[in-house]
Design a binder for this molecule. Structure first.
Ligand code: GDP
Ligand code: MG
Length: 439
């Protein structure tokens, strides 16, 4: 999920970050692109518009524009607003005043209610709880059987009363849980293809009967905006306490994840990411936001690398490295490869976990160019046999590239260090002692 959105955002931000100073027009243009990307990811129209307006408002005409890295600052604001859009921080299940906690699952047919009732039971069990599953879908003949099968995998008991009125079954299940020490009751309910009055009436009656601690609406992320409409209707009729967004492992464009909270005011508490019982995650808005933003950057980094790195040259260097044959030609090749990918800060900032921390780093791209120039001033033979370089040759080389002899020596020392390191790691399986400087 989210790849398309992530890539589009990443492209817009690349443009922003490449600019030293930003004008109001630059920000507005970027936000226009962000809005389009959000709409294409199936984010609700109003949500997308309000989102970009908010980011623009915070960015334009403030100290952001005067900062040293305005592009990065705008991305930071987007990250914060994206997190806020999805609810800020994660929301867990509510704690009841008296156990058991009663969780009522609801939603349309096929959304994943039964699967996620079992996933929840499985997760609760792993945390040391004693969940009881309740079969409240009595209309589809195979529904009870399906719940029993997944419940057995989860290692949780099922309370079922055949086709008895699910309202009564729910009441009896809660009493059963009290008597047998189950601290969570998870009620699976029936769904329909469409929201209709008899379904809602039944859910309202179950709600009134057992007063659930949590009413979790299960929605299928693949249905995009429709998922959000469904959430809105269910919330108006049942006052849900949260959402489980399922099938996020699929090919969804992610719009539902971004709009549900904004449209309904109710948080996404869990995300379903597969058909297995363990494929249930607590929904973390901040992680989701960094995933959408960070992933885009990583994707574009990989693309860059694939475009620009010459694979054959890299393989050759690796082989020479294994055989302890590294020379200055290889070093030159490395400099060139890195140079092709653009400014080093740009490369680093795309790596997960580094991001805008590079703003505080002192990195001078010219070092690479200077070192490359020194090597280029040597003859081919000298590059593969740097030991032959004597004082007069070093002076000539320094003069040739407009640098000092110290610079040449520094590069040669750096190379020797690298070579030494390679020797220690190399030797193909032979164990070597680290050299020790004992007095
Ligand atoms: P219900 O009608 O709401 O009870 O839906 P089910 O729990 O029966 O699920 C319907 C289908 O969706 C089943 O085939 C599930 O295996 C599948 N499913 C449920 N959740 C997920 C999920 O998070 N990811 C994927 N890939 N499939 C899911
Ligand atoms: Mg079901």
């Amino acid at each position: 999920a989210f790849e398309g959105l992530a890539e589009k955002l990443s492209n817009s931000f690349k443009k922003l970050k490449s600019k030293g100073k930003l004008s109001d027009a630059d920000v507005k243009e970027a936000m226009r692109e962000v809005r389009l990307a959000l709409l294409e990811a199936d984010v609700n129209y109003k949500v997308a518009k309000e989102f970009t307006n908010k980011v623009t408002e915070r960015a334009v005409g403030s100290e952001v524009m005067e900062s040293l890295t305005p592009g990065q600052m705008v991305v930071k604001i987007v990250n914060e607003e994206l997190t806020g859009l999805m609810g800020g921080s994660e929301e867990r299940l509510k704690m009841p005043a008296h156990p058991p906690a009663v969780i009522m699952m609801c939603g349309l047919q096929g959304a994943g209610k039964t699967t996620h009732a079992a996933k929840l039971a499985y997760q609760l069990k792993s945390q040391g709880h004693r969940p009881l599953l309740v079969a409240g879908d009595i209309y589809r003949p195979a529904a009870i059987k399906q719940l029993q099968v997944v419940a057995e995998k989860a290692g949780a008991p099922v309370f079922e009363k055949g086709t008895q009125d699910p309202v009564i079954t729910a009441r009896e299940a809660v009493k059963h849980a009290r008597d047998y020490g189950n601290d969570y009751v998870i009620i699976d309910t029936a769904g329909r293809l469409q929201i209709d009055e008899p379904l809602m009436e039944e859910l309202r009656r179950i709600k009134a009967e057992v007063e659930p601690t949590d009413i979790l609406l299960v929605v299928d992320a693949m249905t995009g905006q429709e998922a959000v409409n469904v959430a809105k209707t269910f919330d108006e009729l049942l006052d849900i306490t949260g959402v489980i967004l399922t099938k996020l492992d699929g090919d969804t464009r992610g719009g539902a994840a971004l709009s549900v909270k904004a449209v309904t005011g109710k948080p996404i508490k869990f995300a379903g990411t597969g058909e297995k019982l363990s494929d249930l995650e607590v929904f973390h808005p901040d992680r989701m936001a960094s995933r959408i933003l960070g992933m885009g950057d990583v994707l574009s980094l990989i693309e860059d690398a694939q475009l620009k790195l010459d694979e054959k040259a890299a393989a050759k260097t690796a082989e020479r490295l294994m055989n302890n044959k590294l020379d200055l030609n290889d070093m030159l090749e490395q400099f060139n490869q890195v140079r092709k990918m653009g400014p080093i800060k740009g490369i680093l900032s795309k790596l997960p976990g580094i991001g805008n921390k590079v703003d505080d780093m002192e990195i001078d791209d010219r070092v690479l160019d200077r070192n490359a120039a020194i090597i280029l001033s040597m003859t081919k033979y000298e590059r593969s046999h740097p030991d032959v370089l004597d004082a007069s040759r070093k002076r000539r080389i320094a003069a040739g590239c407009g640098m000092k002899v110290e610079d040449v020596n520094r590069l040669l020392n750096q190379f020797k260090q690298t070579q030494k390191l390679m020797k220690q790691f190399g030797g193909k399986g032979k164990r070597r002692r680290m050299p020790m400087n004992l007095p």
